[in-house]
Design a protein around this ligand. Structure first.
Ligand code: SF4
Ligand SMILES: [Zn+2]
Length: 322
């Protein structure tokens, strides 16, 4: 179990939020191969008893005094009762009800039903469901991500969330494997537009290289580079036209395994991205020019044309020069 506090933009202001990651038996899809970029199954273990999850949550609440928004992640689906048995779900929901907390949890679409949402709302009705749409392109979902979900599945689940009177947060993946940098930007922008049709919040999630994944295997053979932070900025700026809350907090940002630029400008760009999320000012992100922006622009033009795939040449040359 992990627990920490962070800031979140909620109902027009920045508030204290709590984040709890519960160890469960993990995502049902990860047992059938899982998504190409997801290493969360390493955080899970089979045979975790319901009382164990309840105890983890109770221990976490000792650090959550005064938070106004609670995010509970299970590295899978909160609404999957094989993963989060009813007593564990009720413990979280009941605590949020008693403490007047708004709750965010994640779920795959197959568990988001009128029935599961109704059961949830019976205990606590102030909640937001986060769903990994990832891409609004069925081919990308199937071949690049192996999501085992279609856009139609997402649309159905999104409608169920709205009918239940809950809020919807949609995750948009930036740069699944096998897409060039330019294709990845285009895919993320069109996915965000699709998500905006029903979502209250859109979370732009740049891929980070997690252990034990297909993405890691490609990255180790120099065949994958996580997105440039310039690409993240490009996508967020395109999202300013959407009348939605748009958030982004690149995991591993500025490092080889996360979204990064040249190393010199990363911190400045990352802090502009965080500022964008926390203020929702809808102002386009403007960051001082850096030499590496020209390289990024060249890659957008040439990648996929001159070289196949999306090689990580910068890291390759850095390592072999050393
Ligand atoms: S990204 Fe979500 S659906 Fe895919 S394997 Fe990971 S937890 Fe499961
Ligand atoms: Zn730079």
């Amino acid at each position: 179990m992990s627990v920490w506090r962070e800031k979140e933009y909620l109902d027009g202001k920045t508030v204290d939020a709590g984040v709890v990651i519960l160890r469960t038996s993990g995502c049902v899809h990860s047992k059938n191969g899982g998504c190409t970029m997801c290493g969360y199954n390493l955080e899970s273990s089979e045979g975790i008893a319901p009382q164990d999850i309840v105890a983890q949550f109770r221990a976490a609440t000792e650090n959550l005094d005064g938070v106004q928004f609670l995010k509970v992640y299970t590295s899978g689906s909160f609404l999957d009762q094989r993963e989060m048995p009813p007593e564990a779900q009720n413990e979280v929901l009941g605590w949020c009800r008693e403490n007047g907390q708004s709750l965010l949890f994640e779920s795959r679409t197959e568990f988001v039903t009128e029935e599961s949402l109704g059961t949830t709302a019976n205990v606590h009705d102030d909640f937001e469901v986060a769903i990994g749409l990832e891409s609004a392109n069925d081919k990308v979902l199937k071949y690049a991500i192996n999501k085992n979900m279609t856009i139609a599945d997402f649309d159905r689940a999104a409608s169920a969330v709205k009918s239940a009177g809950a809020r919807l947060r949609s995750y948009v993946l930036l740069k699944p494997p096998y897409l060039t940098e330019a294709e990845a930007i285009e895919d993320a922008v069109s996915t965000a537009k699709h998500a905006a049709l029903k979502s209250d919040t859109i979370s732009i999630n740049p891929v980070n290289v997690q252990k034990g994944t297909i993405v890691e295997r490609l990255w180790r053979s120099w065949s994958y580079r996580p997105p440039w932070l310039w690409s993240v900025v490009e996508v967020l700026n395109a999202c300013t036209e959407l009348d939605r809350k748009v958030v982004c907090d690149p995991t591993g940002g500025g490092r080889d395994r996360g979204a990064h630029n040249c190393g010199g400008c990363d911190e400045e760009v990352l802090s502009s991205i965080r500022e964008f999320s926390l203020t929702q000012s809808r102002k386009r992100i403007e960051v001082a020019e850096c030499e590496c922006r020209k390289l990024w622009e060249t890659i957008l033009e040439l990648e996929g044309l001159v070289v196949g795939g999306t090689p990580d040449l910068q890291r390759f040359f850095r390592k072999h020069r050393a």
